[in-house]
Design a binder for this molecule. Structure first.
Ligand code: ATP
Ligand code: MG
Length: 800
């Protein structure tokens, strides 16, 4: 890593004039005059506050290119912050594309977290940490808090760890350290919040660990308490660029302000209508107050949208108009008219997934008069990650390639977490949480008692659990089989640790010649080989090989996948850092795939074809968000709807289901209120399968239960009826006026064999046998199934 002095010696400005004249700037020709102004104004603060798809990110990227091309800055003098790792990668690719060559360096282009982790490793000692600190994920954080809560004698049922973690995260987002908790917050967590925050930070320090919030907060603390360090970085980062500025929280805001104070060359871009992280402490006020913070800021407004068709744009604009707290911006486009926004209702969530799967397949060949689309062009954006499962299941069944971005992730699986705990304890022996996780996995005869002994000794001596374990054996506090196994583990961890420090880089085939081959007698291994060695020698691989459960083969596959993933990293620590930060499972085999992700993860992205499923009240807008934050919560949900629709370039399909299984229970759903806010002129209502004579290969009209139930359930909602009226395509048999959306599933009488019954999902059937509360039913349409009596009603009680 270069020293500061090297940067000081670099006189960028003297180069600029010469470089400007010498280098072509074709990227400027791709911009409109407003964008161009924002790019060329390199000195002083610049704010681009503009709606979705107006080319903010494009202009920001062009600005980086301009800085480099004109010689105003070298790659490592530019600090550019994006919101996700995916966005950072994309920006690097775009910069390279515009420059016409690979970007060398750009070490400071990344997310707040990834940049702060690099900085904090250099200065860890200033906040009492060592530079090899571990980054805890949510799971570890909760486990740690739980221990502290138990030790403090707090009733964790009434005051759950999740509540405390929420409070602490909130403080950290607001840049409040444990010693500065405002008196107004003293009552938090039953008045124990501030004290628990302190204990938590102390424990993290002992563990040589940080959580996500600490990455930012520690850096802010360092900058505040060590002006010399701050000044170095102020000089170093001569140009600062921030995308999605509307979603910065207070800690991030302070971090940026501190860094930008000297040169004031800060360019922020964002859109108040796309602020969707209020629940995580984002302050939309940060962007609105930019002009006050940076006096004399050039403010650039962009209004032409280059992404979406007029119908899509009109739909999005109409929805967001429902929000009261916004600046209000009008967007226009020159794009061709194209498809209207499509709206479709389904019987249930699985039907919705089935339909979308079929639609995606037919869109590849071109359907309904549209051009053909590749799978890479298509994305499904969900409100809640649990919605993904239905799509994953369906797509696996029909063999439709897909990738999940964000959401329930590979690295959260049990076997992966175990394996990573092994890697963690090897790279940082103070990592007690990792030690706890693996000490008796696989079983080493070390039960609760032995583990408590280790804890006690470690506490008493003020050492890590690993050292505590060594002492426990030495002092004879743990005996017998357990002691032998534990002794072996302690020795192994130390040995693997030495091997880690001696690993050699992975050699690619073309450099693997005689010279790079390991010398005989010098057992050099790569970190990839070492990872395999750790998993094998620890007995972890064997544990799953001996496991007879159906999941075991899959887990072994995942472990293989994990070891494979290590190949693209320099060492184990780099990999662990990546996992802690990235967590988006978008490994690629290069083939085209449909993307599935949450609306939150889709921010800043664009796709020709977008599906927006699950537009049902309670799911979207989310009930929780409305319950917790009232009208503000609803407005944030509406911004999320705006983000969703504006991701689409050409085709946007919104759907909802009349029934959905939520936590194992079937629930009747109402279409989202946002559907009512879609402008009718720009929406086309599609015919769901099964209605009006079959549509997409569904059953004949009105002859199936599904059709009638769909009419009674889905199409009886006020929102839906209004839409049908507008379109003049009301279902043939008119729904009842009274809302019979719910079948009372609790009104169950005793059944006898031969009864005709109805199940909300499987339809009509006949009871074949009864076993306690489980019935075996032969369904007319779905074959024989075992179901719980609670989910059945007598056929006579069905209200249609
Ligand atoms: P969001 O608010 O969703 O983050 P954005 O304002 O960052 O959107 P970009 O992603 O930069 O918008 O641009 C949207 C699309 O418009 C991209 O495909 C981009 O290449 C294109 N685009 C931007 N500016 C222009 C331009 N001047 N001429 C042609 N296309 C443009
Ligand atoms: Mg953008």
């Amino acid at each position: 890593m270069s020293s500061f002095d090297e940067f000081d010696a670099f006189e960028a400005s003297s180069l600029s004039a010469r470089a400007m004249a010498a280098r072509p700037t074709p990227y400027l020709d791709q911009l409109n005059p407003q964008q161009r102004a924002a790019v060329e104004q390199l000195d002083g603060p610049v704010l681009m506050l503009a709606g979705a798809g107006t080319g903010k990110t494009k202009a920001l990227t062009a600005r980086i290119v301009h800085l480099l091309t004109t010689g105003r800055a070298r790659p490592n003098e530019i600090l550019s912050v994006t919101f996700t790792n995916k966005a950072a990668r994309e920006m690097k690719t775009r910069v390279a594309g515009m420059l016409g060559q690979a970007v060398e360096g750009m070490p400071w282009l990344g997310t707040f977290h990834s940049i702060c982790v690099k900085l904090l490793r250099r200065h860890a000692e200033l906040v009492g940490l060592k530079s090899n600190f571990t980054i805890l994920d949510t799971d570890d954080q909760l486990r740690l808090l739980k221990q502290l809560i138990q030790a403090a004698g707090i009733d964790e049922k009434r005051w759950p760890p999740r509540m405390l973690s929420g409070i602490i995260d909130d403080w950290k987002n607001r840049a409040i350290t444990w010693d500065k908790v405002p008196s107004g917050d003293a009552g938090a967590y039953n008045h124990r919040g501030p004290e628990m925050y302190k204990q938590y930070q102390e424990r993290l320090r002992e563990l040589n660990a940080v959580d996500f919030g600490d990455l930012l907060l520690h850096m802010v603390t360092i900058f505040r308490l060590h002006p010399d360090v701050l000044e170095q970085y102020q000089r170093w980062f001569r140009f600062i660029l921030v995308d999605e500025y509307q979603d910065t929280n207070t800690a991030q805001y302070m971090w940026l302000r501190l860094l930008a104070q000297k040169h004031r060359n800060i360019c922020c871009v964002g859109d108040d209508d796309q602020s969707i992280y209020g629940w995580r402490g984002a302050e939309v006020g940060n962007i609105l107050r930019f002009e006050k913070d940076f006096e004399g800021a050039a403010v650039v407004r962009l209004e032409q949208n280059y992404r979406s068709t007029p119908h899509i744009l009109a739909a999005a604009s109409n929805v967001i108009r429902g929000n009261t707290t916004r600046l209000g911006k009008e967007l226009w486009t020159e794009a061709q008219e194209g498809e209207k926004v499509r709206l479709i209702g389904h019987w249930d969530g699985e039907e919705e997934a089935r339909w979308i799967g079929e639609e995606i397949e037919s869109m590849q060949g071109g359907t309904r008069g549209m051009r053909p689309y590749s799978l890479d062009d298509m994305a499904i954006l969900v409100r809640a990650s649990h919605q993904m499962r239905a799509f994953e299941d369906r797509f696996l069944t029909i063999g439709l390639p897909y990738r999940v971005i964000g959401g329930p992730r590979f690295y959260e699986r049990m076997e992966i977490r175990d394996a990573m705990a092994y890697f963690r304890i090897v790279t940082s022996p103070d990592d007690d949480l990792a030690f706890e996780r693996i000490v008796n996995t696989p079983k080493r005869g070390l039960g609760d008692k032995a583990q408590q002994t280790i804890q006690r000794i470690a506490r008493a001596q003020g050492v890590s659990l690993l050292d505590g374990a060594a002492l426990a054996i030495e002092q004879g506090e743990i005996k017998g089989k357990g002691a032998k196994a534990l002794g072996q583990l302690v020795v192994d961890i130390a040995r693997w640790g030495r091997m880690t420090r001696a690993t050699v880089p992975v050699a690619s085939d073309d450099v693997l010649d005689d010279e790079t081959m390991p010398m005989p007698g010098r057992p050099e291994v790569t970190h990839v080989e070492l990872a395999q060695i750790i998993l094998d020698e620890s007995g972890y691989t064997e544990m799953w090989q001996n496991d007879k459960t159906p999941e075991a083969p899959g887990r072994l596959e995942n472990l293989k996948e994990l070891v494979k993933a290590l190949e693209s990293f320099e060492n184990l620590q780099g990999f662990l850092e990546h996992v802690a930060l990235v967590m988006d499972n978008d490994s690629d085999d290069g083939g085209a795939k449909v993307s599935i992700m949450t609306l939150h993860a889709a921010k800043g992205l664009e796709f020709p074809v977008v599906f927006l499923p699950g537009w049902e009240d309670g799911l979207f807008p989310s009930q929780r968000s409305m319950d917790e934050s009232g009208i503000q919560g609803l407005e944030e949900e509406r911004r999320l709807a705006y983000v969703g629709i504006t991701r689409a370039e050409e085709v946007c399909t919104i759907s909802f289901a009349g029934n959905r299984r939520v936590f194992g229970q079937w629930q009747s759903q109402m279409p989202s209120r946002f559907i009512d806010e879609l402008p009718e002129d720009h929406v086309e209502v599609l015919t769901p399968p099964g209605l009006y004579g079959g549509g997409m290969g569904g059953a004949p009209m009105s002859s199936t239960l599904e059709t009638r139930a769909a009419e009674a359930n889905v199409y009886n909602s006020p929102g839906w009826r209004r839409l049908q009226d507008r379109q003049g395509t009301r279902p043939v048999s008119q729904p009842r006026e009274s809302r019979t959306t719910t079948i009372d599933l609790t009104a169950v009488s005793a059944y006898t064999v031969g009864d005709r019954v109805f199940h909300q999902k499987f339809g009509y059937g006949e009871v074949m046998s009864i076993e306690g509360d489980k019935l075996e039913i032969e369904f007319d349409k779905s074959g024989t199934k075992k179901v719980v009596a609670r989910f059945i009603v007598s056929a006579d009680d069905v209200p249609f």
